[in-house]
Design a protein around this ligand. Structure first.
Ligand code: GLU
Length: 311
């Protein structure tokens, strides 16, 4: 079985893109690249650039980082349209989506701890996640609406079959979520909804047409496509950007305390981001951060994506 996914419908005449940082650390060069690229991609189409703070995981998110991210975006002349959306304020929307999945018997409660899964010697995928072998799915899992006790996680029932989509940077992508991760968690045992459910619900409710983000999220996109399909949503266009790597070849990640941008000059930071996207610039050519941002917008379509490394 193989699914193709329809694209999202946005009834607003303007297209919408978004930047969706997790406030678990300050903005670093990798997140500046994602911000600038998503901005350029939507502004060249005359669209709106929305800002969503992905603080659904309250254990990782800090208000201080949100404040720093907002200040850094402004310092780099990346101004968002409309109100900021915060996932920490949207449990009601996520619960409604979960109810919808429950009505279709597409979720079930799971009592397996990570430790238990390690004892069962579940294989790890390339992201270091354990591939769930379906223990609770098979053992008469709880599925009825009033039967989900707190303290149990809730998993999405993944059907066998492959997914495929065309990523506008990476090209044709295909995979099989059942093999990649198995039935994945949509609400954790501590009651927290997961990023997968939240991002799918938010992209739909915010009418997002184009998702431009780091290549690290490409392996998770199959899950998002399955959830979109199960919830009856269309799928946005996807553009997964080459990652900015640290000197030792690791992904720059906020949680590994990558160098914050705050120390650098905004024009120089933006020029580094533009260069990473494969455009040739010299910081001496610009007088303000806004000029560099406008350069990225004007030249977004001239990037030769095949020439820029796909780490
Ligand atoms: N919140 C994610 C991050 O900060 C981005 C998720 C997305 O763009 O879908 O890395």
């Amino acid at each position: 079985m193989s699914f193709k996914f329809p694209t999202a419908m946005n009834y607003n005449s303007k297209m919408r893109g978004r930047f969706a940082p997790t406030p678990s650390g300050p903005l670093h060069l990798g997140s500046l690249v994602a911000a600038l690229a998503s901005y350029a991609d939507i502004k060249i189409r005359g669209g709106e650039w929305l800002l969503r703070i992905e603080d659904v995981d309250k254990t990782r998110s800090r208000k201080i980082f949100e404040e720093q991210i907002l200040a850094e975006l402004e310092r780099h002349a990346l101004y968002w349209d409309g109100p900021i959306v915060r996932q920490s304020e949207r449990d009601g929307q996520y619960q409604r989506a979960l109810d919808q999945l429950q009505e279709k018997s597409l979720v079930y409660a799971c009592s397996c701890s990570r430790r238990k899964l390690q004892e069962l010697r579940c294989p790890e995928n390339s992201e270091g996640e354990l591939v769930y072998p379906g223990v609770c799915r098979m053992s008469g899992a709880l599925t009825a609406a009033d039967e989900f006790p707190s303290k149990l996680s809730i998993r999405f029932r993944v059907q066998q079959g492959t997914y495929q989509f065309v990523d506008e940077w990476m090209g044709e992508c295909r995979g099989c979520v059942a093999d990649e991760v198995g039935d994945f968690v949509v609400r954790r045992a501590d009651g927290c909804f997961t990023y997968h459910l939240a991002v799918v619900v938010d992209d739909h409710l915010q009418g997002i047409d184009r998702v431009v983000r780091g290549r690290d999220i490409l392996p998770l996109t199959g899950r998002h496509l399955l959830l979109q399909r199960a919830l009856g949503y269309g799928s946005p266009a996807y553009v997964h950007l080459p990652l900015v790597l640290s000197e030792d070849g690791d992904k720059l990640s906020k949680s590994r305390s990558a160098a914050a941008l705050s120390k650098g000059c905004a024009i120089a930071n933006l020029c580094l981001a533009v260069k990473h996207l494969g455009l040739d610039v010299k910081k001496e050519d610009f007088a303000t951060p806004a000029e560099v941002v406008q350069f990225a917008v004007n030249n977004w379509h001239s990037i030769d994506r095949k020439m820029v490394s796909q780490k």
